[in-house]
Write a protein that binds this ligand. Structure first.
Ligand code: INI
Length: 158
């Protein structure tokens, strides 16, 4: 019997792309910071000169799937992390944006075979988003851990 699972100890050879939405950047900058902190503590070079990490910015969460797809198709990344914040109070088309971004990211992941981490906060209020972006907890940290696990898992199966 084989046990197939990811780990958090072989991160130094992972290539990672992060795609971040500027919409609600008060929140997305905070989850990006949490994400980078976790990656750095697991041995990823997060410096400006890193050859392991690239960061792309998009206008809003709706644009996360297409840019993730383009990056994943390059074949140079083991995992792509998407970061966004969709807040119900801000928009009548909350449900459309959330539905498109979640379906889009799932479909890009399956189509390219590259794991795409769904790091999009979907909340009813700005207060709830702030709580998940650092006031209580920073979910950027969790998204980074999920990326390390999935990146190493997919690598060990290839
Ligand atoms: N984009 C977000 O990332 N979060 C939101 O809450 C949001 N709202 O409220 O509308 C949002 N809209 C922009 C959207 O993602 C696209 O960038 C825009 O529609 C252009 O395609």
């Amino acid at each position: 019997m084989s046990t197939i699972e990811g780990n958090f100890t072989s991160s130094s050879n992972l290539r990672i792309a992060i795609v971040v939405a500027r919409f609600n950047d008060l929140i997305t900058n905070k989850i990006l910071s949490g994400c980078l902190d976790c990656l750095s503590r697991h041995g990823i070079d997060v410096s400006e000169t890193s050859s392991q990490l690239d960061i792309a910015w998009v206008p809003g969460s709706f644009e996360l799937p297409i840019v993730s797809q383009t990056l994943a198709r390059k074949g140079t990344y083991d995992v792509v992390i998407t970061l966004g914040a969709v807040i119900r109070g801000d928009t009548p088309h909350f449900d459309v944006v959330v539905s498109e971004v979640s379906k889009g990211i799932a479909s890009v992941s399956r189509e390219t075979g590259v794991p795409i981490i769904f790091g999009v906060l979907t909340t009813d209020t700005m207060q709830q988003a702030l709580e998940r972006a650092g006031i209580k907890n920073n979910l950027g940290w969790s998204y980074a851990l999920q990326a390390l696990e999935m990146g190493s898992l997919m690598k060990c199966m290839n």
